[in-house]
Structures are given as C-alpha cells and as structure tokens.
Design a protein around this ligand. Structure first.
Ligand SMILES: C[S@@+](CC[C@H](N)C(=O)[O-])C[C@H]1O[C@@H](n2cnc3c(N)ncnc32)[C@H](O)[C@@H]1O
Length: 298
C-alpha cells in the first residue's frame, strides 16, 4: 500500500478559509490532508468529464459541512449537494461552512435521491465507518456515478502507538490508557454492528486490486499517518469519552463504561497535557480511496 509522505512540520493544513474556523473544528479536521489529496487526484481523473460540461458533486454524510466545503474548493462543481440524515442538527453549521452555494438534503446515503448514473463526483469523509453494511453502500454509490465519475472516501483507518520503550518511564500509564481507550472504542463500535476500520478494509482491498463493484474499473488507495500531540489527544479523549461510555451503557455494558472511565481519568488527561506539545509519538492513520467508474459500465 502506498504511504503518503508525512509533513511533521506545522499544524494540519486546512483548506482555504478553514483556518478561520474555531479550534474545535480544526481538531476534527485532522483528516483534511488525506481527503484533500484524494480530491486533487479525483480532480485529475475528472478532466474529460469537466471538458464536456459542469460537474455535479454529492457529499456523503455532510455534518457541519467541512468535507463538502473542501470538495467544492477543489472540484469547483457546477452543482454541489450535501446530504445527512441528521441534517436538522447540522443545518446551521453546514450553512455557515458552505454558504448558500450548495443544496443540503436529508437523504440517507444508502438511498440517495438522485438518478442512477447522474453524479460526476461522490465524496465522503468519515461516513463509511458509520454504516452497518458498507459494501452494499459502496455498490449503491457506484450505481449513482456517471461513466468516468469518481468516488473519493477518506476514513479513520487505525491508530499506531509506539512501543513502550519509546515512551518516558513516567508515561507508561498514559500509553496504557491510550491503548485501552482505542480498544474500547473499537469494541463499542462493533457492539453497535459497525466496523470502526471499514476504511482500512476498503483501502486494503483496493490496494490489492479488489474493487468493491464491477462497474468501478480504477482504484487507488493511500494511507496517511497523522501525528498527534498528547495535548491534542487529551482534547479528543475528553470529547469522545462521553460518547463511548454512553454507547456501552446503551448496550447494557455499564461495567465497560466504568472500566474505561477508570482508565482514562482526569489525572491521565492532565498528564497528557503536561507533556511537551510537540511530542508526536501517536499517529492516527487516515485512509483515502479514489475509485473511478468505467466506460463500459452498465
Ligand atoms: C463524522 S461525521 C462527518 C462529517 C463531514 N463529512 C466532515 O468531514 O466534516 C459523519 C456524518 O455522517 C452522518 N451519517 C451517518 N450515517 C448516515 C446515513 N446513513 N446517511 C446520511 N448521513 C449519515 C452523521 O449524521 C454525521 O453527520
């Protein structure tokens, strides 16, 4: 699998105008680099279609609109549409992010209300892992693409944590907490019938030449390691801890909710924050796949 070069320099690069957004969205935009690279590749692959007229873009699982905005900036579509089943919750935020330039709908991404074969670019960031049956969603999307249309998907693909010997002695309990957190996160996801690493599975298949639908004839997979400082991780943990413990309680596993709360304590979070902020040992891995529909389709 191709691994993209890593930029260990400054903060994450954000799209034009993204830097003006508050830090909360910047943190959740950690997958922006990988996504942007995938869309630039999609832009190249869409050249022939662009020559024959304006492009249409559909963003899958738009949420606050960050992925849609990046897609609009890079692909410059004639028509842009974002869809999210929780549109009601996100409408104001999404409007602030994309302005009036895009249509927003509440379609379920597994049942898009657009004509088969009509969409030139389909893009999604952090949507696949939310679906219980992502292979069937991928086939549905392949049906919506026009010939030579391109799908770009960026997903959370895992976390890499350096071996214990690379951590300072007094930080081993922090390392254990990081591992326990991610284990619990993955299990909570699985208890809900979903695959947290759906993006990794897809990228792996695509890298081996196995495309998710026979109408898709070209695929590229790319893994991007994203260094995190412990300070950022502490922030993310704090935000996510509630979601994970709630999920455990929902499935009747209060014991697990309590166990994870006992591991990732406020003291651990303080300890993470106290370490130099340029410590870049833990990496999230983002996967991006770019898939193109063939001329011989249908
Ligand atoms: C992690 S957010 C990603 C937001 C956005 N793509 C971005 O990059 O800023 C995932 C979004 O997918 C939406 N979602 C989950 N399942 C969905 C479905 N079946 N149909 C439509 N939207 C869905 C959620 O409501 C949520 O807003």
């Amino acid at each position: 699998m191709k691994t993209a070069p890593m930029d260990l320099g400054d903060d994450y690069t954000l799209g034009t105008g993204m830097a003006e957004l508050p830090i909360q969205t910047a943190v959740s935009d950690a997958f922006g680099d990988s996504y942007r690279e995938g869309l630039i590749r999609a832009h190249d692959l869409l050249t022939t279609l662009r020559e024959s007229g304006a492009l249409s873009l559909v963003d899958l699982g738009t949420g606050p609109g960050l992925s849609l905005r990046i897609g609009m900036e890079i692909l410059q579509p004639g028509h842009a549409r974002g869809t999210d089943t929780a549109l009601f919750d996100w409408l104001d935020a999404a409007r602030r992010t994309v302005g009036r330039a895009a249509q927003l709908t509440d379609d379920d991404v597994r049942n898009l209300q657009v004509e088969d074969g009509s969409v030139h670019a389909l893009s999604g960031r952090l949507i696949l892992g939310h679906l219980k049956n992502h292979p069937s969603a991928l086939r549905h999307w392949a049906g919506k693409l026009a010939d030579k249309g391109v799908m770009t998907l960026t997903e959370f693909a895992g976390v890499s944590i350096p071996p214990a010997k690379m951590w300072p002695e007094n930080m081993h309990d922090v390392r254990n907490a990081v591992i326990a957190y991610y284990d619990s996160y993955e299990q909570a996801w699985a208890a809900d019938g979903k695959d947290l690493f759906a993006g990794f599975a897809l990228a792996y298949d695509v890298a081996r030449g196995e495309l998710p639908d026979e109408r898709l004839v070209h695929g590229e997979a790319n893994l991007t390691p994203i260094p995190k400082t412990l300070e950022e991780l502490a922030y993310v943990f704090e935000q996510r801890l509630k979601g994970i413990t709630d999920t455990w309680r929902k499935v009747g596993r209060d014991d697990r909710a309590e166990a994870i709360q006992a591991i990732v304590t406020p003291e651990i979070l303080d300890k993470m924050r106290a370490v130099a902020t340029d410590w870049d040992g833990v990496r999230w891995i983002a996967s991006t796949v770019v898939l193109q529909k063939g001329e011989s389709a249908r």
